[in-house]
Design a protein around this ligand. Structure first.
Ligand SMILES: *[C@@H]1O[C@H](CO)[C@@H](O)[C@H](O)[C@H]1NC(C)=O
Length: 376
């Protein structure tokens, strides 16, 4: 693959965004009009998981911009931090899977092994790089065998900072003439505290500085850990979401360190949800908490999870809806045997909407938006 190809792909996305912004600027809008349709106006709320990551490499400005033009209500960046204290968007602090760091000989000596949340990882880590160094890397597709279209954009994008994402959202709100929400996840909170780079205050201060101030702001801050969310509750009135891990028998990383014995299983009972409701506005379970799969990998019956969460006023935003066969329940897969073939995601979504969810994390936001229809 030549650089010309990379350039033309990135040029198309850039033009896409610039044209959108220009059209938006040409139409006079008042700020009151902008807020007419808030990020939570439609139901279910559609959260673009790592951007439109089914169509463009995750956690890039291209992926977030695409999700916004598709009509997503929120974009969802995962946040990690650099050695010099800058928040950047990556799924993990390890860089090997989603960047070209391995092909940078000047960083070869940074490769090392450390234990993160109890798991030994050998990789390059964001906390060993300054932002300036991070900016010399380019992103690559995490799952190229399932998303070969995305892999064609390998090398096209930089790693964005949290501020660059906020700036993108704010300018695209003008072209889209609607409010676009930001839904960051604080990754590996305990780990980053341990290495002297806590993220919580930085995330809150960045939001406050950019005018996102209270529970009416189009923001949710999410975490799989517990105590950092309780800490955030004291720092801000922005809404918080408690994530619940796929494997219910596991514990939040901070609870392991504190030796409390609290598992996600405990947290998903009516009593556990009542505890979560003391600090969070919403809960983000793996979708299997809501409709578990049967032994043949087809969808079973809905649990009482949504009802239990609603009983304590928690919104329910499950993760992650994905269109490719490898992720779908058996009855919604298509017959096409190729790994990257898509099945009937709308069918699966319909079942979860019937189960009463309030929002959803999705890699192909356009599909949920088509299913939802216009919400005026
Ligand atoms: C979690 O649930 C288990 C099984 O019901 C129970 O034995 C344990 O006490 C609970 N732990 C906490 C911290 O709630």
């Amino acid at each position: 693959m030549t650089n010309i190809k990379f350039l033309s792909l990135s040029a198309i996305l850039v033009i896409f965004v610039i044209v959108g912004v220009t059209i938006g600027l040409a139409i006079p809008t008042s700020s009151s009009k902008l807020t007419e349709r808030g990020a939570d106006f439609c139901s279910p709320v559609i959260i673009a998981h790592r951007g439109a990551s089914g169509y463009a490499p995750e956690h890039t400005l291209g992926s977030y911009a695409l999700a916004i033009t598709m009509g997503a209500d929120y974009v969802e960046p995962d946040l990690v931090i650099t050695k010099d204290g800058h928040l950047i968007a990556r799924h993990d602090n390890s860089l090997g899977l989603t960047t070209d760091v391995a092909s940078h000989p000047e960083f070869a000596h940074r490769h090392r092994t450390q234990t993160i949340d109890g798991i030994e990882v050998s990789d390059w880590f964001t906390e060993d790089f300054t932002l300036e160094e991070i900016k010399t890397l380019r992103t690559v597709e995490r799952i190229p065998d399932i998303r070969p279209g995305n892999a064609r954009m390998d090398g096209t994008f930089h790693i964005p900072t949290f501020q660059e994402i906020i700036d993108l959202v704010k300018s695209m709100q003008i072209s889209q003439r609607r409010t676009i929400g930001i839904y960051p996840e604080i990754k590996h909170s305990s780990h980053f505290k341990k290495v002297g780079l806590p993220m919580e205050e930085l995330v809150v201060n960045t939001f406050h500085k950019n005018g996102y101030l209270d529970s009416n702001a189009p923001v949710y801050i999410q975490s799989f850990e517990v105590n950092n969310l309780k800490e955030l509750k004291k720092l801000t009135n922005l809404r918080l979401l408690q994530l619940l891990e796929t494997d219910k028998s596991t514990q939040p990383a901070d609870q392991v360190l504190l030796n409390t014995g609290l598992t996600y299983n405990n947290m998903s009972t009516p009593e556990g949800l009542a505890e979560i409701a003391k600090y969070a506005a919403a809960v983000g379970p793996d979708k299997n908490y809501i409709i578990p799969r049967k032994d043949d990998n087809s969808l079973g019956d809905a649990t009482t999870f949504v009802r239990d969460a609603h009983a304590v006023n928690l919104k329910v935003h499950p993760y992650t809806f994905r269109a490719e066969n490898s992720f779908l329940p058996e009855e919604y897969k298509s017959d096409d045997p190729s790994k990257h073939a898509s099945g009937n995601l709308m069918g699966e979504l319909q079942r979860f909407i019937e189960a009463g969810i309030d929002g959803l994390f999705i890699d192909q936001p356009d599909i949920a938006i088509r299913l939802r229809g216009p919400c005026l």
